[in-house]
Design a binder for this molecule. Structure first.
Ligand SMILES: C[S@@+](CC[C@H](N)C(=O)[O-])C[C@H]1O[C@@H](n2cnc3c(N)ncnc32)[C@H](O)[C@@H]1O
Length: 222
């Protein structure tokens, strides 16, 4: 996939228009597959817990960032139970507004809500133990994804971790004209990660999602 010069600014504005029309619900976040949310969160928790805990090299439990957070589905069930503070960033203001009630009392531990595209977002230097990026990388051009991952690396605390969890295609780049996104194959994602100067330290596939969906892979990066 080319950069924004090839794709045109409408790649981003079309996606923004698409998400503005989506209801601020778990089902809306998951394209009508709200029923996989529990399984998704269970898998993510098991993945993340391999890095957390006490001792040498373990990732801290201070602050996490939920990227493309939507209404905070992941913040509520995965990140707030594991981290003292969670920040959310998403391009759709209506979703972040909904998060303020959806997260309930525990939402008091949200640090900051950022309403901006990840292609422009600069996470604070050295603030985060974990930066979670789920079901949103397809909304960034290759160049913007690489640059965003580089900025994320600068935003990590010692032993911090970036996690990408997303759909992957069997081969090549599969465009989705409806939500203005792309789905990349795993080799392409790995190449972009390497271009950002990051290494994949763990990679897993979600095995139990419905067969008609793309494969979903989780990659831990440092
Ligand atoms: C498929 S939903 C996933 C939401 C959440 N990650 C989850 O798994 O529940 C995609 C989210 O990405 C957001 N989004 C789309 N393009 C974005 C961009 N360029 N920067 C930040 N967020 C974006 C949408 O507003 C939406 O909340």
């Amino acid at each position: 996939m080319g950069d924004i010069a090839e794709k045109g600014a409408s790649f981003y504005s079309n996606a923004e228009d698409y998400w503005k029309d989506i209801p601020p619900t778990v089902d809306g976040m998951l394209g009508g597959y709200g029923n996989i949310s529990n399984m998704d969160i269970r898998g993510s928790k098991a993945f993340l817990q391999k890095f957390l805990g006490e001792g040498e090299g373990k990732t801290g439990a201070g602050c996490a960032l939920d990227c493309g957070a939507g209404i905070g589905r992941i913040t509520k069930r995965l990140l707030l139970p594991l981290f003292n503070t969670v920040d959310l960033v998403d391009v759709t203001q209506e979703f972040l507004d909904k998060a303020k009630t959806y997260l309930g009392d525990e939402g008091q531990r949200v640090g900051k809500y950022f309403c901006t595209g990840l292609q422009e977002f600069v996470p604070e230097f050295g603030r985060y133990d974990v930066i979670w990026i789920q079901w949103v990388i397809g909304h960034l051009t290759d160049g913007h994804l690489v640059e965003f991952l580089r900025r994320c690396q600068s935003a990590l605390r010692p032993n911090g971790l970036i996690v990408i969890k997303d759909n992957v295609s069997y081969e090549g780049v599969v465009p989705d004209e409806v939500d203005s996104s792309v789905c990349r194959d795993l080799d392409i994602v790995r190449t972009l990660v390497a271009q950002a100067g990051l290494q994949v330290v763990l990679e897993e596939q979600e095995m139990n999602f419905p067969k008609e969906l793309f494969q979903v892979h989780t990659l831990a990066l440092r």
